[in-house]
Design a protein around this ligand. Structure first.
Ligand code: NI
Length: 256
């Protein structure tokens, strides 16, 4: 059984998410978290999760939205919290593209950490080219959360070791299957399997051999396969242990 901890079935590129979920089930993906990136996509994530017992939602505003007037959206976002909302995410910092003011990003990030605290929810972190500031904020506001997921983890093994002390696990997706992703592969090799999660980030980051086409949860087995290869473990071990890890970090039942 596979658990896709990060999928955007709420993305407009899916004309029919029901078909995508059917195909996931056929490919042994038995649980998934639909992750929001703004208010609209968070509403959609909760809607999709409400239709399937094995689909969960994460709600949050992505740092790329930090130049918008997000305060009223945050009030509406909080009203979405229900049993099917298992995390606040994806939230964080993204310095890859210029244009989104860093101070706005930190403010939005910290406000959502406080939201996680208020509702005692885990967090799902998006952090790109912003390692130091992300880690600094996560440390300063560590009373806001007990545990979290570093989504699409691309920083060093040393940073991962530090974040483990703050209750983090690390999600890996299609990138780990790319030939040139040497650092990600070496982090996967060193990191104990008990801290590793699988994700697709679909429709993005499609794993080899489907790179270049639209991603979907059904492709997550290629990520599991690559991690098994890197760690020299049977694929069943990687599938089962990452499944249990995901249920634990998100407080989700292992049953369907
Ligand atoms: Ni994402």
């Amino acid at each position: 059984m596979l658990f896709d901890t990060h999928v955007h079935l709420n993305d407009s590129s899916y004309e029919n998410y029901k078909d995508i979920i059917d195909n996931a089930l056929k490919n042994n993906v038995s649980k998934m978290v639909v992750v929001g990136f703004d208010l609209e996509s968070s509403i959609q994530a909760v809607k999709i999760a409400s239709e399937y017992p094995f689909v969960y939602a994460a709600i949050g505003i992505h740092p790329s939205e930090a130049n918008t007037k997000y305060d009223t959206d945050l009030i509406k976002l909080e009203k979405l919290i229900s049993d099917k909302v298992v995390a606040i995410g994806e939230i964080g910092l993204d310095y890859h593209y210029d244009g989104v003011i860093k101070e706005n990003q930190s403010d939005l990030f910290i406000k959502q950490l406080k939201l996680a605290k208020k509702h005692n929810l885990p967090i799902i972190i998006h952090s790109r080219d912003a390692c130091k500031d992300t880690v600094d904020i996560l440390k300063e506001y560590s009373d806001c959360y007990k545990k979290g997921i570093m989504h699409c983890y691309a920083y060093s093994y040393e940073i991962a070791k530090e974040l483990i002390n703050y209750g983090f696990m690390f999600a890996f997706g299609g990138v780990v299957t790319y030939k040139n992703a040497k650092e990600v592969k070496s982090v996967v090799e060193k990191l104990d399997l008990k801290y590793i999660l699988l994700e697709t980030d679909a429709p993005y980051l499609t794993p080899t051999p489907y790179r270049g086409t639209r991603n979907e949860p059904a492709h997550i087995k290629y990520v599991a396969e690559e991690i098994a290869k890197i760690k020299g473990l049977p694929i069943e071990v990687v599938e089962d242990e990452t499944f249990i890890n995901a249920c634990n970090i998100l407080d989700v039942s292992r049953e369907n």
